[in-house]
Design a protein around this ligand. Structure first.
Ligand code: MN
Length: 744
C-alpha cells in the first residue's frame, strides 16, 4: 500500500469512530478522485500532494463537521490545482459539495499583502462575506492550520508572509467564530515564525518555571477533584499552562515578567449544569484566596462570540496564582469549537439540511444575542451575514475597498480619488472590460481606465452610482464646471439677503480692509469665492449676510469703545503727565522735568512708552530713537528690545534711558490673567483691583472653549512696586493661576 492510501485508511478509521453511520463509499470515492487528479504533484515536504487534503479532512473530522464538509475537504484543492471543475464535482458529489469546494477556491485565490489595520479589518470582512456558507470558512481555516503545521518546508519569506496573514486574518476569524482551540494553535504556530527569538525565550522561561512548580498542576488538580467529589459534585478537572502566544502578548505588550502574569496556569472544571457552576465557584473560593477584581461571569454575560464560563483567579499553595474556568459540557463544546460545535449537537439528525439559511440564522442569532460589555470587542465581532449591504473589492495593488452593495465601477473610481472618477473612460473587472453599470462582486479586482482628454462625468452617473461619496464628487465637478453661472446667481442672491439685514453690497465692498475681515468671517478668500459658494448651495446667502451683519455690529462696538477709552484717558491724566493716544495706539509723553524718563545725551526730547511692554517706573528700561515720535521706551526684557534681535543698521538708535523722580504720576500698563473660568470671576478680579485702589482703564474677560478664561487688564500705577502689589493681590483671586505683564 502506498503512503497516500495508508494515510487515508487512518482517516477512514477516525471517521467511523466518530460516526459509525458515515457513508464511507462516498468519502472513499472523493479520496480516489482527488488522489488521481492531484496525481504525481508533490508538496514542498516531498510528500504526495494528496496527504494535505487528507490531513485537512482529518481536522474537519475532529471538529465533527458533516460529511459534505469532509468530502469537500478532500476535494478542496481540486479546482485550484487540477483540471477538475465545479460541474465535474457537482455531478459526482452533489452541488452542495461543489459549492463548498468553489467557495474554498475563491478564498484561496484572495491575495493578501500586509496592510494597515483598517485594511486587515476589510480583508477579514471580505473573507467572511465571500464565504456564503460558514462551512467554507471552517474548511479554509483547517486548510490553513495544516499549512501552518507544515510551514517548516517553505522558504523564509513565505514563512513570514503566511505567519503574518494567519495572525492577522485567520486567527481573528477563528476567534470570532468562537473556535478557541484552533485559534490558539494558529497563534502559537504563527508566533514561532514571526518572532522566533521571543517565542523560544517564552518557551524556555516557561520550562524553567514549570520545573520549579513541578507537580503543581497534578497536585492542584487532585486537590480540587477531591474537594468537589466530597461535595458531591460530578465534574472533570483539567489543568494546563496557558498557550504561549497569550503569555507572550502579556509579557511584551504589557511588559510584565512571567512572575507578574497571574494566569500562567488555567484549570477547567466541567460540570453538568449551570447551578453546579456557581456551586463549584463557591468551593474554589473557599479553598483558595481569590484575587480581587478577577472574577468574571461570562455565563450571565456571554462573550460576543458565544463563549460562556465563570472565570476566577485564586492563589494556590506556595503562593502560585492560577485561573479557574468553570463551565458546563455544552459551554465547553462551544468554547473549544465555537460555530463548529453546532454540528456536534446536530449529530443524529442526518436528514436535517446543513449549511443552509437556517444554519446561518443560527450563527447570526448566536452572535447577535450577545450584548457585550466591551464595546470594542463587540464592534470587532463579526456576524457572518452582517455584510449584506457591503461589497469588498480589490484595487490592482491589492488594497481592499469597501463599497455599498450594488456599487459600480463609478463608485470604485470615486472612492480612490475624484480625479480618477472625473477622468474615467472605462473599467476592467478581473481583467475584462465592463460597462459602468456593472455591479461589483466580492473579491473582484477592479481597474479604472483614465484619459487626460476625458470629458468628465456625465449627468446620468449620479443615478447609476450607489455611494453618496461618488454622487457628491460628481456634483462637485458640475459645480466647478459652471462657476461663472454660479457666481452670477450667488451675487444676486447675496445682494438681496444683505438688504434684508439692512446692508448694501456697496457698504461692505467699499473698504478692502473691512471686506477682508467680513470674508474671513464666512471663510472665503475672495468675493467671487463667496458668490460661487452661494451659487451652488455650499453656503446659504442668508447665513452669509447675517454673519456679516454681526461682524459689522461688533466692529462698530469696538470703535465706540476705543473712543470712550480715549475720553477716559484724557480725564484721567490730570497734571503734567499726558497720554494722548496716537493713531497707532502708542502713548506719548512730552519730555518734562518730571515726565519720568531721562534720556542719556538728549535733552528735551519726546518720550513715549511702548505699547508692547508698557514700562512703569522701577522697570529696567532702554530707549529707541524713532523716526518722528521721539524716543520710545521699552522694558529691557521686552522681546522688541532684545539686543540679539536688534537690526545692525539700527544699533546707533538704541539709547540708555533711566527713570527720573516721577512723583505721583500714573503710568499705564497691561496685565494678562489666566484663570479657570467660573461665575463671578471678572467681578472678583474687579473687586480685588478696587480694594487696591487701582485705576482701571479697561478690563475684558474672554471665556476659552476649554473651560479657562483670559482677562486683559489695562491699569495705571505709580511704579513697579505698586504693580507688584496688584499682581500679588490678583494671584490670590480664586481660580487665577497666572498673572503676567503683557509683552516682555
Ligand atoms: Mn489546501
Amino acid at each position: 500500500m502506498d503512503l497516500a492510501h495508508e494515510r487515508y485508511e487512518y482517516l477512514e478509521r477516525d471517521i467511523l469512530a466518530a460516526n459509525p453511520a458515515a457513508d464511507i463509499a462516498r468519502i472513499r470515492s472523493a479520496f480516489e478522485y482527488a488522489n488521481s487528479h492531484h496525481g504525481p504533484q508533490l508538496r514542498k515536504s516531498g510528500e504526495p500532494y494528496i496527504i494535505h487534503p487528507i490531513a485537512v479532512a482529518e481536522i474537519i473530522n475532529e471538529l465533527e463537521l458533516d460529511q459534505d464538509s469532509i468530502v469537500a475537504a478532500l476535494l478542496h484543492d481540486c479546482i485550484e490545482d487540477t483540471d477538475s471543475t465545479h460541474d465535474d464535482i457537482a455531478r459526482l458529489f452533489g452541488s452542495q459539495v461543489a459549492d463548498l469546494v468553489e467557495g474554498v477556491t475563491k478564498l484561496t485565490r484572495m491575495q493578501y499583502t500586509s496592510r494597515e489595520d483598517e485594511q486587515m479589518e476589510n480583508l477579514r470582512k471580505m473573507f467572511m462575506a465571500m464565504a456564503k456558507d460558514v462551512r467554507v470558512i471552517l474548511i479554509k481555516l483547517c486548510d490553513r492550520l495544516h499549512n501552518m503545521r507544515t510551514l517548516q518546508y517553505q522558504s523564509d519569506k513565505k514563512q513570514k508572509e503566511k505567519a503574518l496573514e494567519t495572525m492577522e486574518v485567520y486567527a481573528p476569524i477563528a476567534h470570532r467564530l468562537g473556535m478557541q482551540k484552533l485559534k490558539w494553535e494558529l497563534e502559537d504556530l504563527s508566533l514561532e515564525y514571526l518572532d522566533p527569538v521571543g517565542y523560544h525565550d517564552v518557551n524556555e522561561e516557561l520550562a524553567q518555571i514549570t520545573t520549579q512548580h513541578a507537580g503543581f498542576v497534578d497536585n492542584m488538580q487532585a486537590h480540587i477533584e477531591e474537594r468537589l467529589s466530597a461535595e458531591g459534585v460530578q465534574c472533570r478537572v483539567y489543568g494546563r499552562l496557558k498557550h504561549i502566544y497569550s503569555i507572550y502578548r502579556k509579557m511584551y505588550a504589557q511588559s510584565k515578567t512571567l512572575k507578574e502574569i497571574f494566569d500562567l496556569y488555567a484549570f477547567r472544571v466541567i460540570v453538568e449544569d449551570i447551578p453546579a457552576c456557581y456551586n463549584v465557584l463557591g468551593c474554589i473560593h473557599d479553598m483558595f484566596k481569590p484575587v480581587l477584581g478577577r472574577f468574571k461571569d461570562y455565563i450571565g454575560t456571554p462573550k460576543p462570540n458565544g463563549y460562556q464560563s465563570l472565570h476566577t483567579t485564586v492563589i494556590g499553595r506556595e503562593g502560585i496564582p492560577f485561573e479557574v474556568q468553570i463551565r458546563t459540557w455544552q459551554m465547553h463544546q462551544t468554547a473549544e469549537y465555537g460555530v463548529a460545535a453546532h454540528w456536534k449537537y446536530k449529530q443524529g439528525m442526518a436528514n436535517e439540511k446543513l449549511g443552509t439559511e437556517r444554519d446561518f440564522e443560527w450563527v447570526r442569532k448566536l452572535l447577535e444575542s450577545q450584548q457585550d460589555t466591551d464595546p470594542d470587542e463587540f464592534v470587532r465581532t463579526l456576524r457572518v451575514d452582517m455584510f449584506a449591504d457591503e461589497v469588498f473589492v480589490f484595487t490592482p495593488n491589492g488594497d481592499v475597498k469597501s463599497l455599498p452593495a450594488g456599487a459600480t465601477p463609478i463608485d470604485f473610481a470615486y472612492s480612490i480619488h475624484s480625479a480618477i472618477g472625473n477622468s474615467m473612460t472605462g473599467a476592467r473587472v478581473n481583467g475584462r472590460i465592463v460597462t459602468f453599470e456593472t455591479p461589483l462582486k466580492n473579491g473582484d479586482i477592479v481597474e479604472i481606465i483614465t484619459s487626460k482628454s476625458a470629458r468628465g462625468p456625465s449627468r446620468d452617473w449620479m443615478s447609476i452610482c450607489k455611494s453618496n461619496e461618488a454622487r457628491n464628487k460628481i456634483r462637485q465637478w458640475f459645480k466647478k464646471e459652471r462657476r461663472e453661472e454660479n457666481i452670477a446667481t450667488g451675487r444676486s442672491m447675496f445682494e438681496s439677503e444683505l438688504k434684508h439685514v439692512g446692508l448694501s453690497l456697496a457698504a461692505i465692498t467699499a473698504n478692502s480692509e473691512l471686506l477682508d475681515i467680513l470674508l474671513k468671517r464666512v471663510r472665503c478668500g475672495q468675493l467671487d469665492e463667496l458668490y460661487a459658494a452661494i451659487g451652488y448651495g455650499g453656503l446659504s446667502a442668508q447665513k452669509a449676510a447675517s454673519r456679516m451683519r454681526e461682524e459689522m455690529t461688533r466692529l462698530g462696538r469696538l470703535e465706540r469703545q476705543r473712543a470712550e477709552q480715549e475720553a477716559l484717558q484724557s480725564s484721567l491724566s490730570s497734571g503734567e503727565t499726558v497720554y494722548p493716544s496716537t493713531p497707532k495706539g502708542s502713548i506719548l509723553a512730552p519730555r518734562r522735568s518730571n515726565s519720568g524718563i531721562i534720556v542719556a545725551g538728549l535733552d528735551n526730547c519726546m518720550v513715549k512708552f511702548s505699547k508692547c511692554c508698557t514700562p512703569v517706573p522701577g522697570d529696567p528700561v532702554v530707549g529707541f530713537i524713532t523716526k518722528g515720535y521721539g524716543v520710545s521706551v521699552h522694558r529691557q526684557d521686552c522681546p522688541n528690545a532684545d539686543p540679539a534681535r536688534r537690526k545692525p543698521e539700527e544699533q546707533g538708535r538704541w539709547v540708555s534711558v533711566s527713570w527720573a523722580d516721577t512723583g505721583d504720576s500714573a503710568f499705564r500698563t497691561s496685565l494678562e490673567i489666566s484663570a479657570k473660568d467660573r461665575d463671578g470671576l471678572a467681578l472678583d478680579v474687579a473687586m480685588a483691583l478696587s480694594a487696591q485702589k487701582v485705576k482701571v482703564n479697561n478690563l475684558s474677560a474672554r471665556s476659552q472653549p476649554d473651560g479657562y478664561a483670559m482677562i486683559n487688564l489695562e491699569l495705571a500705577v505709580k511704579d513697579q512696586k505698586e504693580l507688584t502689589g496688584v499682581i500679588n493681590k490678583l494671584s490670590q483671586v480664586s481660580g487665577v493661576f497666572l498673572v503676567k505683564r503683557a509683552g516682555g
